[in-house]
Design a protein around this ligand. Structure first.
Ligand SMILES: CC(C)(COP(=O)(O)OP(=O)(O)OC[C@H]1O[C@@H](n2cnc3c(N)ncnc32)[C@H](O)[C@@H]1OP(=O)(O)O)[C@@H](O)C(=O)NCCC(=O)NCCS
Length: 211
């Protein structure tokens, strides 16, 4: 989740800061069996600050500060709402009661407009109930249905068994490994790189229909 949960970079001149993008119509609210994925709200700040202040999460995503403060959460919500962090950042919430569970996002690839990068995290109390996989399925379906993209990439630390499993359950295929920066770890960490291309997604979607 490269562009998620960045602190404000006040050192950059206004010209160098990301241009706000208010056209969020390409990120519709997403519904799944148990979840609603919607843009982060001010009302999420307390739960976000509480859940994100967890080294077990921060050390697994690229740019989450740790410790994570209420100010970080407020900055995150404000900046996602004006389009400064990512083009498509979602709060993952429970459909039955609106409870905030975590975040997921799709980011454009820096050098390839046909590729999006997917990221996600959930508060630790909600792990291992299939929520991340359910959110990722909704995100992937939306991306391939509404955008003219060829593929979605996902990366996880080599030590991240749960995320690797989510990636596998979404049909991604292993591409290679490498090193990426990790803010909470203060350096580079080894990661695995996975990819889901449009034809594989279409094949997975039609497999059930052919029975
Ligand atoms: C990664 C993360 C989002 C997964 O969320 P989740 O809702 O628990 O994921 P799911 O329940 O959909 O799937 C998790 C899978 O990992 C498996 N798993 C989790 N821990 C495991 C372990 N230690 N050993 C083996 N399998 C494990 C679960 O059994 C499940 O697989 P299954 O459905 O085949 O049984 C969550 O753990 C998280 O937020 N971690 C910290 C942040 C992070 O890693 N984000 C991703 C960065 S790439």
């Amino acid at each position: 989740m490269d562009s998620l949960l960045l602190r404000d970079d006040q050192s950059r001149s206004p010209e160098d800061r990301p241009r706000p993008d208010r056209s969020r119509t390409d990120c519709p609210v997403l519904l799944s069996q148990r979840l609603v994925l919607r843009s982060p709200h001010v009302e999420d700040i307390d739960a976000l600050a509480h859940l994100a202040n967890n080294a077990a999460i921060a050390t697994m995503v690229s740019r989450m500060p740790h410790p994570y403060t209420a100010k970080d959460a407020a900055d995150f919500v404000r900046r996602t709402n004006i389009g400064e962090i990512g083009k498509c950042v979602y709060a993952i919430t429970k459909a039955e009661n609106g409870e905030f569970l975590g975040c997921c996002a799709l980011e454009p690839h820096a050098a390839d407009e046909d590729t999006l990068e997917m990221g996600y995290w959930l508060g630790e109390p909600y792990w291992n109930r299939g929520y991340a996989t359910e959110a990722a399925h909704a995100l992937i379906d939306m991306a391939f249905r509404t955008r003219d993209i060829a593929r979605i990439d996902a990366r996880c630390r080599v030590t991240n068994i749960a995320s690797r499993r989510v990636i596998q359950k979404c049909g991604f295929q292993f591409q290679g490994s490498g090193m990426v920066g990790n803010l909470a770890m203060g350096g580079m960490v080894p990661v695995e790189w996975y990819r889901l291309d449009r034809k594989t997604w279409l094949s997975l979607k039609s497999w059930g229909e052919m029975r």
